[in-house]
Design a protein around this ligand. Sequence first.
Ligand code: PEP
Length: 251
Amino acid sequence: MRQLLFAANWKMHIGPDEARAYMKAFRARYHRREDREVWFFPPAVSVEATAQATRDRGDLLVGTQDIYWEPKGAFTGAVSAPLALQAGARASLIGHSERRHVFGETDDDTRRKVGAALAAGLLPVVCVGETLVERDAGHTLAVVVRQLAAALGGLDGAALARVVVAYEPVWAIGTGRNATPQDAAAVHREIRGWLERRGTPPHAARVLYGGSVSAKNAAALLTEQELDGVLVGGASLDPEGWAQLVQTDAA
Ligand code: PEP
């Protein structure tokens, strides 16, 4: 059975009380399905509340939107992988385009963060994707492969099997523009090939698409078998809408 992963990135929205209310509303409308998992990436302050609201549901998982690579110490404002784990996180986004382009995160930072996540037992969800300028210059695959090599190049197949990759073209995030299903699938094929050539066991590689995914375009995107799921920002903020989106079947 094809397994789909629907991941919600709440960005800087939804505090702890709102997270409890959100999960109540979501769970009232979405009941477990064997063919899909739903992951939530709340802001750090809401991880514990969200994790508590998913404790009895093995198909629901909570992660952080970012981690710092050091396990502890004098790093004001940062959250480490072991601290995230204590709060109930089981995964972390790494290298999201807003971290790269708003906060100046480098390829080398993503490598350190992936290592820290794996060392602590968090599943890294590594985000890659090109800007519009890079796309127009025909550099999409070169950029994606550079980002993969930087973040994951040192890992063996067993470690890679625990990594999820999200292909998120920067020009599609929060803009209402999204890659066509065929364009997304072509990049996913490259990513999957890259992972498998480095020892990721067949069928273990999971590649999500992100960038203005909505209830309107999700079915067409998921019709591409190269997509193992979606990473969704704006359209995940409303629990009723998100409950509807995660029940999308391929067209
Ligand atoms: C994201 O935040 O990863 C994202 C894809 O956002 P949006 O769905 O709003 O484009």
